[in-house]
Design a protein around this ligand. Structure first.
Ligand code: NAP
Length: 309
């Protein structure tokens, strides 16, 4: 498993998101996490809103694992705050952020969160309030590092003007089929091509590279927004033919190749898996450092329907 550096935190480039564990048994959760640990995944992605109720997945994770403090210290726990489920709406106020972290700490049965991400941009953000919340969370030792999710370059700039702590990650939706943050830059300046339209605030991947912010790719196997995976999906025959051929070449599975399409990017991205199937965790981890050639990376990109002008 390749390790990357998140401004001082050593982390695998394939990590496990636990958004879908709410209805799993303790035993199933232990097997899933144990399998992840066995293949080098010691980094788990949570959010206050994951689960059937607020902090539900965080609670199920802690109940199933019952970590001792030394076991807790072996893993990196990342969670997110800023979404109000009952609405829904977004809330980056001091009160919401600090209360959300307190509830995450209780649900996760831990004294500290390794990384806290602001989950989705709040149109009413007051960056001074975010800075006050981060200072308090940092000084009290409740949160060790901070980042964002689904943020544009300018939204990050606004936060960076006030927040003292470095923002170390930006979690963004990215898969071969859902890749506007990568695809736009390839088709920039092409009139009448949808792919050339900037929908990410402009160059978010380059912005993150310039500022040492790790891009964390969420929903790495979903065709679009939670509409099912593209792997083995009859709607993507050309892409699956390439995935199958490369899987055979590298002696792995198509899931490994879909993972490698992201890990091969020189931005040192992290892939945030969401599978609840231990076998798929193993397959994904096998994609951590497959040396896809440039020609193969672009072939996958074209086979997913994107243009290379
Ligand atoms: N920051 C954000 O706004 C945001 C939004 C969404 C998600 N996330 C994070 O990203 C993580 C991943 O999201 P996701 O679950 O949508 O991502 P995903 O890994 O692309 O999708 C996993 C889902 O696809 C299914 N699947 C079917 N065939 C598969 C295959 N061949 N390989 C892999 N999965 C297959 C899995 O089923 P099985 O479980 O049956 O294997 C599971 O339901 C979440 O857990 C969460 O931590 C963040």
């Amino acid at each position: 498993m390749k390790t990357i550096d998140l401004k001082g935190i050593a982390a695998p480039n394939v990590v496990l998101g636990v958004m879908r564990i709410a209805d799993m048994s303790d035993e199933e959760i232990r097997t899933l996490i144990g399998t992840a640990r066995d293949v080098g995944i010691d980094f788990f992605d949570h959010a206050a809103v994951y689960g059937n109720e607020l902090h539900g997945c965080e609670r199920r994770f802690a109940e199933a694992l019952r970590l001792t403090s030394s076991q807790r210290a072996e893993i990196t726990l990342q969670t997110k705050a800023g979404i109000v489920k009952d609405g829904p709406y977004f809330d980056y106020s001091y009160e919401h952020l600090t209360e959300s972290v307190d509830a995450s700490l209780a649900a996760l049965q831990t004294d500290y969160i390794d990384i806290l991400l602001l989950h989705r941009p709040d149109a009413l953000v007051e960056p001074e309030e975010v800075a006050r919340a981060f200072d308090e969370l940092h000084q009290t030792g409740k949160v060790r590092a901070f980042g964002v999710s689904n943020h544009t370059p300018r939204q990050i700039d606004l936060l960076r003007k006030y927040v003292k702590q470095p923002l170390i990650a930006n979690q963004l939706q990215l898969s071969i089929t859902h890749s506007p943050i990568v695809a736009q830059g390839i088709a920039t300046n092409m009139s009448a091509e949808e792919q050339s339209i900037t929908i990410d605030g402009g160059g978010i991947v380059d912005y993150c590279r310039l500022h040492d912010i790790t891009v964390q790719a969420w929903s790495p196997y979903q065709a679009g927004f939670f509409n099912g995976p593209f792997i083995g999906n009859d709607d993507y025959p050309e892409l699956n033919a390439v995935l199958d051929r490369l899987a055979e070449k590298y002696d792995v599975t198509p899931t490994s190749i879909a993972t490698a399409w992201i890990t091969r990017h020189p931005a040192n991205m992290q892939v945030v898996l969401g599978t609840t199937t231990p076998e798929r965790v193993v397959q994904a981890a096998a994609g951590s450092q497959i040396p896809l050639t440039r020609a193969e990376w672009y072939e996958l990109f074209r086979a997913a329907g994107h243009i290379v002008p």
